[in-house]
Design a protein around this ligand. Sequence first.
Ligand code: ADP
Ligand code: MG
Length: 378
Amino acid sequence: MQMKNALLHVEHERRYLHNKLQELKGNIRVYCRIRPPSPGVHPQQLAEIEYPADDNDVDESLCQAISISKELPSSEYLQGQTQARNKTSYTFKFDKVFGPSHQNSQVFDELSQLVQSALDGFNVCVFAYGQTGSGKTWTMSHPGDGMIPLTIHKIFDDISDLKQNGWEYSVEGQFLEIYNETIIDLLANGSGDTKYDIKHDDINGKTTISNLRTIRLNSAQEALMLFNKSALNRSTASTNSNERSSRSHSIFVLNIKGFNAKIGTSCEGCLNLVDLAGSERLNNSQAKGDRLKETQYINKSLSCLGDVIYSLGQPKNNHVPYRNSKLTYLLKHSLGGNSKTLMFVNISPAATNFNESLNSFRFATKVGNTKRGSGIRK
Ligand code: ADP
Ligand code: MG
């Protein structure tokens, strides 16, 4: 009995302290990542970006700053629209800034703490936001060390460690895509007319999708095989493959259930790893027909995601517009309450991408200004 009480105490303390630390770091975190220049690109074709020289280079608010500058055309300079010299600079602050030399494994060090939260029964969302070509898929899905493969390894390693404390876990996976506000099951060869309905159990904070395939995952190897095979299916499914994959949101879901018979406790967490559709704005005059429709859906769902996260951070705001897009509606229970959100804003260093980078920084700043600690909003 005494042993049981001691274990109960240790387990409670471990989970409590871990969660307190995560709340102190903020339940919503935004990390910026600049990818390296593509091979063969001339330095003059790169935007001027300044980022912290090392990981510990943080300011008093424990943030890191990134600046992006652009030479103005001489006509604008002459019209006096500039600040110092013929250059205009913008500075943004994020919880962390990863430069071009950071590796995926270093980026994962930050995410790994939230994987631990999911094992402790919290819901977690990880998003990669940015224009097409900015490094979202490299970050999330790189087959060797992307966030998804490293998350899978960590989950199964932790599960085996936590056995010593009496925990038994089961893990289930789902993999889906949202394209033009329609759900596509990446684990099934659907006939195309399968209907997927999102259902919420608001009392228990659980979400299910009817007809969506759910696969029990018994080991890291099994989970990785499933992920890699389906990710490959995704990119070769349509003739215009790169187009489709960059114009849809893909969501890899891990449902993690734990039970500890020694202390009679159970927990259930859901980890959502999301590679968002490319955020680039199409020149309106170019967008016609299907392309225009896709762009409208993407713009709407991305701005809705920003609005939802933003309104979750407003203590007095009671209305969170989850219903305005399929993505936010689906993730309702993984975005609100005491769940954790991490957003990577991926940036391309090319000078031609300057305006898109600026848009991404602004979006990420809106999301990052939402500092949600415990109890501010349920
Ligand atoms: P997105 O998914 O945002 O469209 P990708 O992940 O496909 O972008 O990346 C675009 C290109 O840049 C790819 O050729 C990819 O291999 C390369 N790339 C992206 N991030 C990195 C990185 N951190 N290191 C090396 N190459 C990268
Ligand atoms: Mg991609």
